[in-house]
Design a protein around this ligand. Structure first.
Ligand SMILES: O=c1ccn([C@@H]2O[C@H](COP(=O)(O)O)[C@@H](O)[C@H]2O)c(=O)[nH]1
Length: 237
């Protein structure tokens, strides 16, 4: 485990189809969350202009989890460049050539110093060992996350998406350089929903997360601003 002292930031996932709702959440969480995350639900429903409108001046985490042949993913990255995302996700299981194509497209299509951090999604936090075995991976989430994380870093990815359960082993394997983003975060007592590999905000911080991603525990709370503030207070405690 690295001895580096890290600060863990909060990314709020704005999963809705409604731009007005997303804008309201941005207002609610802006005081505590550094980055706005918009993903498949919002983008498919509302479109890219709405993504740009909602993000406004806030740094944008575009969680589109690209996964296709290298030529298509490279072209998709170039097509997204006008949105100037700060972070962009793709599935590491798409393989080395796909990730290298994404990285090359980033280097080509974004002005120098303005390309997004490319994050390789390892094993979705909604999968446990049993669910993963049904996809043919028989040696568990931890082993698969380690394999895909190494491949992602070797293929030019800046960071990784994994559950907080794998943070310690990834820091041991890869050191402090990769940016590690952990969804599947649940404050004590919160409903897990479809998430399987979960940890609390403080546990993820202690394990070395750079960023935690929290959606429903904030957006579905009676008072999203208070829920976000409470999670931030837990991270800073
Ligand atoms: O492995 C992953 C990768 C991405 N996500 C995304 O994070 C949020 C989590 O939302 P919650 O409501 O806090 O469960 C969501 O947008 C996912 O698409 C993930 O959960 N796991």
């Amino acid at each position: 485990m690295s001895n580096t002292i890290r600060r863990t930031g909060l990314i709020v996932s704005l999963d809705t189809q409604d731009p007005a709702q997303a804008r309201k959440w941005v207002q609610d969480v802006a005081p505590v969350s550094g980055i706005i995350k918009l993903g498949l639900e919002f983008t498919y429903a509302a479109g890219f202009q709405a993504v740009a409108d909602v993000a406004g001046a806030s740094p944008l985490f575009l969680d589109l989890k690209l996964h296709d042949i290298p030529n298509t993913v490279g072209a998709a990255v170039r097509s997204l460049s006008h949105l100037r995302p700060r972070m962009l996700t793709l599935h590491a299981s798409g393989g080395r050539a796909m990730m290298e194509a994404a990285r090359a497209a980033c280097d080509e299509a974004f002005p120098q110093g303005q390309r997004p951090l490319l994050l390789g999604v390892t094993v979705l936090t909604s999968l446990d060992d049993q669910g993963l075995a049904e996809t043919g991976v028989m040696d568990g989430a931890r082993a698969q996350v380690r394999r895909l994380a190494r491949l992602a870093v070797d293929s030019g990815m800046d960071g990784l998406v994994c559950s907080a359960h794998e943070l310690n082993v990834l820091r041991d394997d890869l050191g402090s350089a990769p940016v590690i983003v952990t969804p599947g975060i649940r404050p004590a007592g919160a409903a897990k929903g479809d998430q399987k590999r979960v940890m609390t905000p403080a546990q993820a911080r202690d394990a070395g997360a750079d960023w935690i991603v929290v959606g429903r525990p904030i957006t579905q709370a009676a008072d999203p601003a208070a829920a976000a503030a409470a999670i931030m207070a837990e991270l800073e405690s």
